[in-house]
Design a protein around this ligand. Sequence first.
Ligand code: GP9
Ligand code: MN
Length: 428
Amino acid sequence: SSSDMKSVLAYLKKNQADENIKYFGKAKGKNVFVIHLESFQQFMIDYKSDGKEVTPTLNKFYHDKHTLSFDNFYHQVAQGKTSDAEMMMENSLFGLPTGSAMTQYGTSNTFQAAPAILAQKGYTTAAFHGDVASFWNRDNAYKSWGYNYFFYSAYYKEKANYTIGYGLKDKIFFKDSVKYIEQLPQPFYAKLITLTNHYPYTLDKENQTIAKTKTGDSTVDGYVQTARYLDQSFAEFVSYLKKAGLYKNSMLVLYGDHYGISNNHRSAIAQLLGKKSVNNADLAQFQKVPFMIHADGIEGGVNHTYGGEIDALPTIFDLLGIKNKGYVQFGTDLLSKDHNQTVAFRNGDFVSPQYTKVGSTVYDTKTSQKLENMTAKQKETIKQMQNHVTTQLSLSDRVIQGDLLRFYTPKGFKKVNVADYSYKVNKT
Ligand code: GP9
Ligand code: MN
């Protein structure tokens, strides 16, 4: 009900974070590319396999002096996987405890998503993906989110050897997206969702340029090969952007959507990390994914702030010079001094610079050691963190499950009308 919305707004008001004047508006007016790195985990950055860097291009990008990189950034997805990541990245709303919010609520709910907000500020907005439009209900959810265009598999030339797994191979996907990118009026907001680095990490012979790892776990060992392929496809895309003059006048946002190697593969994970074994705190660390933002004019560096996908949008808006206050966002700007560094996992567990909680066990984040005999003060701190996490998750669920945004329209925002959008391919 509308009174539920009032309690959400009151909560958000108490927890809002000021922007950082050092960064605010530093990428104002630029085009935005959001590049979704499928199943790509933070541990791959600077990782060597068989003596070679797996992802040399992404590593260079990560360390670039104009790239703001976060090395304590966590995915927060549940069963909705990719769709949960998209929901958080572009709405700062959590996915649901079970199922996919995009599938269940993407068609009918009111949203105030990044594409709609930016479109109303003069941006052209477009999503690109080499799978069918209906996967994760994208064809409907993207309308609710205000995407002007959605280029999916039918927009690309289809040939037998062009696809692997769910769809187009990343190199072909990036290359064949260019003809659409070139037609977008600037400034634009373009999201490109990659696919090839997806379980079960199979790749055709001619694209294999690094040896598989040798953990003996056959579903894990191909991961470096598809990660390398993703890296090369990104390299090709960047060289196109530079040639087209788009690199300079765009902000590039890269993120990993979720783990590629699930916790069911403990022994392989330990081997990849060069450890004898991994405990639950190590596995929580293993949920880190990259979050990197590049633009001329941004002072880069590796930022150690703890955060997650829910915080991406407020951070991006800060850099674009858009004030977050007034929007319903459950995350906060990672660059803000007011940012809360307790990162919620979707099941209610959490990590923070000091403590990691998995199930009923608390660990020291720095050492991964179990915290035995907690002091009363520690217990109180943990209780408060848990309270923050539980409240945040349940209020976000109420927004989605109760379609509460229909009761509140941010100042200056015009409600999206899905009938205004069509993603049908024009056969001429
Ligand atoms: C499919 C793709 C994969 O279109 O985005 O989704 P995932 O299996 O990673 O959730
Ligand atoms: Mn995914």
